[in-house]
Write a protein that binds this ligand. Structure first.
Ligand SMILES: Cc1cc2nc3c(=O)[nH]c(=O)nc-3n(C[C@H](O)[C@H](O)[C@H](O)COP(=O)(O)OP(=O)(O)OC[C@H]3O[C@@H](n4cnc5c(N)ncnc54)[C@H](O)[C@@H]3O)c2cc1C
Length: 231
């Protein structure tokens, strides 16, 4: 059940020109119970709150937030202004539509930008639980300078054959050797057994709606498509 929780900022890192990782320690109560794929609501100011995915797995003692501050609205300004030692109030856990269904169907995750956050939690959680269901991640970003967690996902894929991932850039430089364009096309092109897979889609409205519509066109049952819109 969602409860009011006080957190303290343990660490704040700027990982690209617009993305911050903020690590919080729960202070009161000192433990947060949640399911991988759930969110927290940041209480920014009276009457102002913003929902954020919890990017750390439920087993971690600290809470990781991955925040794209490019909109620079109240939520972004709050994160930019945070300092180690600051306290924050959240209500958590909330939501959870993306949490993996407990079935043996292949899990296909599709993210753009910081839509990666819930999947980071879900992938780590599934591996910790020694879940044998195949998982594949398609992660779309724009430019080379937007990249983070590449080494981490490569290392996870190297250590766990059950997980694989594709990085896709929509606006890379000519030097980029990887996949280009939009995530949707790569999912439809590379995934073989669409109707026997489950799809977990997180990011902006245009991408999530397009993926859903194109999968339904290809006869994927609606209950096998879970989407979360960030904005
Ligand atoms: C369920 C859920 C989970 C979320 N989890 C995360 C998360 O883990 N990490 C994260 O970075 N954000 C996440 N968001 C988005 C976050 O809640 C805020 O919307 C975002 O941080 C912008 O807040 P703001 O106050 O700075 O801007 P606002 O004043 O709220 O928004 C300003 C404008 O920017 C648009 N916008 C919002 N986000 C973006 C973006 N990334 N790029 C471009 N335009 C944008 C809004 O639609 C609006 O038009 C999540 C949203 C939801 C609904």
């Amino acid at each position: 059940m969602a409860a009011k929780i006080t957190l303290q900022v343990l660490k704040k890192e700027k990982v690209t020109d617009k993305v911050f990782f903020v690590t919080f320690r729960p202070v009161s109560p000192p433990i947060i119970s949640f399911r991988a794929g759930q969110n927290m609501m940041l209480m920014i100011a009276p009457g102002v709150n913003r929902t954020m995915s919890i990017a750390s797995p439920p087993s971690a003692s600290d809470i990781l937030m991955v925040h794209d501050v490019s909109p620079m609205g109240p939520g972004s300004q709050w994160t930019v202004g945070l300092t180690v030692g600051d306290q924050a109030t959240i209500v958590a856990p909330t939501g959870g539509v993306l949490s993996f269904l407990d079935t043996p169907k292949r899990k296909v995750m599709v993210a753009t930008g910081t839509g990666i956050a819930p999947f980071h939690s879900m992938i780590l959680d599934a591996l910790e639980k020694k879940n044998e269901t195949p998982m594949v991640l398609y992660w779309g970003q724009r430019y080379e300078h937007d990249i983070y967690w590449r080494d981490e996902f490569d290392a996870i894929a190297g250590a766990h054959p059950v997980f694989s991932w594709k990085q896709i850039l929509s606006r890379p430089t000519p030097a980029w050797q990887g996949l280009t364009g939009h995530v949707t096309e790569h999912v439809l092109h590379l995934e073989r057994d669409l109707a026997q897979s489950e799809f977990y889609v997180c990011g902006n409205k245009a991408m999530t709606e397009e993926v859903r519509a194109r999968l339904i066109e290809r006869h994927v049952p609606k209950e096998q498509i879970k989407t979360e819109l960030f904005y």
